[in-house]
Write a protein that binds this ligand. Structure first.
Ligand SMILES: [Zn+2]
Ligand SMILES: [Zn+2]
Length: 203
């Protein structure tokens, strides 16, 4: 089998690879970008969620996921650093901090992209980045909640409007104009749950 037949090891890619590499140029670029995004995502899952409690994020499932993603980032990157150190016999990362693990792996990226396990490395870094983005995006959406809908039969979350929009909407689709925004946001968070329960009991 000659180099001419070699294709990228990434499971979702069939592009040819340059001699010596197991990943194609495009996958190496994506891998590098995703790897470098991990310190920011790790921080995003930490300071706002896993560490200090964020009063804007009420969903405990998101918090748990944030803690899991943080642990996974450290575990997965740490084990790849271990592989590099073990097989190349080089000095390892400066510290166990995620930033240092990423700097170290980035320095060894060309070597990793030509390793037998290059496809696994690419897939695992991609999964970490994806999981981190999901948590950070979900938390951002939760933070967009302005208050709860004032319709007595509704009480769902009202979310910040897109830029330029004159109305905000609750998750049930009721629209509120600027004159109502102050009233919506002055209601305490979570109050709608008990109000909805009272409404259900009456009905
Ligand atoms: Zn590829
Ligand atoms: Zn509503």
């Amino acid at each position: 089998m000659g180099d001419a037949e070699a294709v990228c090891d990434s499971p979702v890619c069939a592009r040819p690879v340059n001699a010596g590499f197991r990943l194609c140029g495009q996958c190496r670029q994506v891998l590098g970008r995703e790897l470098l995004s991990l310190p920011g995502l790790h921080r995003g899952c930490g300071t706002r969620l896993g560490g200090q409690r964020d009063p804007g994020v009420r969903d405990s499932g998101v918090r748990q996921e944030a803690v899991r993603v943080r642990a996974d980032v450290v575990d997965v990157l740490g084990s790849w650093c271990g592989l590099v150190v073990g097989e190349r016999g080089t000095v390892g990362p400066g510290s166990p901090a995620v930033e240092d693990l990423v700097v170290f792996l980035d320095m060894n990226l060309a070597w990793l992209a030509s390793h037998d396990a290059a496809g696994d490395f690419h897939a695992e870094v991609g999964e970490l980045a994806e999981a981190g983005r999901l948590v950070v995006d979900h938390a951002a959406r939760e933070r967009d909640v302005l208050g709860c809908c004032q319709r007595p039969d509704c009480g769902q979350d009202v979310r910040a409007a897109d830029p330029g929009e004159r109305v905000v909407r609750c998750d049930g689709g009721h629209e509120w104009g600027p004159e109502a925004w102050l009233a919506l946001s002055s209601k305490p968070r979570g109050g709608h749950r008990s109000r909805r329960r009272r409404a259900e009991r009456k009905g």
